[in-house]
Design a protein around this ligand. Structure first.
Ligand code: DLZ
Length: 157
């Protein structure tokens, strides 16, 4: 699963569908806010670069990553072509990390099976804040950019 050799932030622009008719929701967790804001900005800027209209990019804030499931499920009941769930879960001293990470991954997987709009998983699950910084605009790229690229690809399916 290592991303060291697979940095989608350097994506092939010719493969990204035009976003001028797309409506995209970004559900953003407030935990580790400095990271999720950087992911949000990377995603939003990429959508705009691909012609998604500002009025068609809707942000929904939720308290933590666990609430991304409810937020994305709510967005699926609205009229969106794709949804990006943005969070950052960092390993602490307890097993909380495992429970939240697994629940969010499973919850978003279930939404992709049962819901009408695809939900892109833009949730960092890191051992340290340094790893998260590296993946939200640092030397490992910005996973928000990759999520926007994926969301646009999914709108064309
Ligand atoms: C409680 C908690 C902890 C310990 N760590 C994180 C984290 O690293 N990242 C994150 O997004 N959320 C964390 N949370 C909050 C939970 O996601 C959730 O908001 C609360 O358990 C309330 O349901």
């Amino acid at each position: 699963m290592a991303t060291a050799n697979n940095n989608l932030s350097k994506y092939d622009v010719s493969r990204v569908p035009d976003g001028k008719n797309s409506r995209i929701a970004l559900v953003v967790s407030e935990w580790n806010k400095e990271i999720t804001e950087a992911l949000f900005q990377g995603a939003k800027n990429t959508l705009i670069d691909h012609n998604v209209l500002n009025k068609n990019i809707v942000r929904i804030d939720v308290p933590g990553s666990f609430e991304l499931i409810y937020g994305a499920n709510s967005a699926q009941r609205m009229d969106f072509d794709a949804i990006i769930a943005i969070g950052c879960i960092i390993q602490g001293e307890t097993r909380h990390f495992e429970f939240i990470s697994n629940a969010v991954a499973q919850g978003i997987k279930d939404l992709n099976i049962n819901g009408k709009a695809p939900v892109v998983f833009c949730v960092l699950t890191d051992e340290t804040i340094e790893q998260s910084i590296a993946r939200s605009g640092g030397d490992k790229g910005n996973k928000g950019v990759e999520a926007a690229f994926t969301a646009l690809r999914m709108t064309s399916l």
